[in-house]
Design a protein around this ligand. Structure first.
Ligand code: XMP
Length: 500
């Protein structure tokens, strides 16, 4: 029995399955896990070098995580609990990241005290220590370096008294290669760019340029102009049109019409309208879980579909509204439709371990979207908190009470009115996830798990995994057997944390 018969047999029994109901069948393999190709697509024209996309959630994807994920080969979708202008700023920061040029460096005034600068740095949580110094007329007069501050014994001294006065600068328009050569030669950590009038009009930081010049860009997920790829969430009708004005100026690569019910009139009309006004912009729409819904979105002209109604770790939609389809069955049947028109499918939500990635792809997905599995990383928004002797980060549903009360973007996602803050019906919860450290380490484990799965199945590419995969349905005893059992775990494994 192949995959097709497997799902047909389930369908005939009226059974819908999810990740924990199955495991992939192993098969003869000549495929080495570290040699597989992970290239895939998020939408018709937006490629992925690893099939991982971060959720458009306010505790998951802002510019920091989107930058790091694109560097690792994936894609971040900036959430929409931000004003259109601010959301576009996040997109712009991702697009400009590899330019290396800091267009608006943070400057300090020569007549400020060192104490004032330190206070400002603390309040704004700046992670850098070098500030160009300007006078009140805006002319560059010095650089306040880390050394200048470290060796200052009286913080009431004026910046002008402790700053480095010999400035190495370059004219406006100096490119990355030239700037890097100058900084290497002169051993300078920053290079301000100066206009003809003596005003600072940009700055290069050596650490940024070193990264750009020495790291392997081949693993980065880049657009045709060599910039990191990034997506952004939009709503329907006016919200979409307002956001698109800003997002297209910021050069967004793909927009996701992000709703809890993608098979709705508002979404379908918005897909058509956006494709009419911006024919060259990729539009992904969701979320859906039925094949008929996939057909309506594909017919409306989407460039990608997003599947998942209620599988998410923070979702309560299935419990509160009583709707939804277990994720594996939803992926399989929607993928059958999407494939007929070469529309990529994103399996959104409900993944618990790295092994769920090859399962999702084996069922037909082109990529997976993760919320919880990324919310604990350093680059996700929010502070680390201490509780019960551990480090945690906040993670909440976009349909949680907190998110809906605070943001119109969340209320729109769940079609709840603006004026009715007291009568919100939440479809998600708020909580904590263990702090996971750097995204890079976490993605290494997730992608490592995917590669191992592909090795066991004998699939050398994402496409091969989609075609070769076949499933065993497992019982709850089988599921129990799959996890560590009859042992007290004394050491947490990086890909199998003791607590989730
Ligand atoms: P995971 O399992 O990765 O799921 O944490 C992330 C996905 O869940 C969706 N999402 C929600 N669904 N109520 C819901 O029913 C919510 O409050 C909510 N917030 C996010 C979303 O598709 C996300 O990518």
């Amino acid at each position: 029995m192949g995959k097709k018969e497997f799902f047909a047999s389930m369908k005939s029994q009226g059974v819908a399955l999810t990740y924990n109901d199955v495991r992939l069948k192993t098969s003869f393999s000549a495929v080495m896990p570290d040699k597989v190709s992970l290239n895939s697509k998020f939408s018709r024209h937006v490629d992925l070098k690893i099939p991982v996309v971060s959720a458009a959630m306010d505790t998951v994807t802002e510019y920091e995580l989107a930058i790091e994920l694109a560097i690792l080969g994936g894609l971040g979708i900036i959430h929409k609990n931000l004003s259109p202008a601010l959301q576009a700023q996040h997109v712009a920061r991702v697009k400009r990241f590899l330019n290396g040029l800091i267009e608006h460096p943070v400057t300090v005034f020569a007549d400020e005290t060192v104490a004032q600068v330190l206070k400002m740095k603390e309040e704004k949580k700046y992670a850098f220590d070098v500030f160009p110094v300007v006078n009140r007329a805006g002319a560059l007069v010095g650089i306040l370096t880390e050394n200048d501050v470290d060796f200052c014994t009286n913080t009431q001294e004026k910046v002008s008294e402790v700053m480095t006065k010999t400035i190495l600068s370059s004219p406006k328009g100096t490119g990355i290669d030239e700037a890097y050569a100058i900084m290497l030669r002169e051993k300078k950590k920053v290079l301000p760019l100066i206009s003809k009038e003596g005003r600072i009009c940009g700055m290069y930081a050596f650490s940024d340029l070193k990264r750009i010049k020495t790291e392997k860009l081949s693993a980065y997920n880049l657009d045709a102009k060599g910039r990191l790829l990034v997506g952004a969430a939009i709503g329907v009708h006016e919200d979409a049109s307002e956001r698109l004005k800003h997002l297209t100026l910021a050069q967004v690569d793909v927009v996701v019409i992000d709703t809890a019910h993608g098979d709705s009139l508002g979404v379908i009309e918005t897909v058509k309208e956006v494709k009419r006004r911006y024919p060259r912009l990729d539009v992904v729409a969701g979320n859906i879980s039925e094949p008929e819904s996939a057909k309506r979105l594909v017919d409306a002209g989407v460039d990608g579909i997003k599947v998942g109604q209620g599988p998410g770790s923070i979702c309560t939609t299935r419990i509160i509204a009583g709707v939804g389809c277990p994720q594996l069955t939803a992926i399989y049947h929607c993928a059958e439709i999407a494939r007929t028109k070469q529309v990529p499918l994103c399996a959104d939500g409900g993944l618990s371990y790295s092994g769920d990635i090859p399962i999702a792809i084996g069922a037909g997905a082109d990529n997976v979207m993760m919320g919880r599995m990324l919310a604990g990383v350093k680059e996700a928004p929010g502070e680390v908190v201490f509780r019960d002797g551990r480090q945690w980060k906040s993670y909440r549903g976009m349909g949680s009470l907190g998110a809906m009360q605070a943001h119109k973007g969340s209320r729109d996602r769940y079609q709840q009115k603006d004026g009715a803050k007291d009568s919100i019906i939440p479809e998600g919860v708020e909580g904590l996830v263990p702090y996971q450290g750097e995204l890079k380490e976490v993605i290494t484990q997730y992608i490592g798990g995917l590669r191992r799965g592909m090795g066991y199945v004998g699939a050398e590419s994402i496409n091969a995994l989609q075609h070769k995969a076949d499933f065993h349905r497992i019982s709850s005893a089988g599921q129990q057997e799959s996890h560590p059992h009859n042992i007290i775990i004394t050491k947490e494994s990086p890909n199998y944390p003791g607590i989730l």
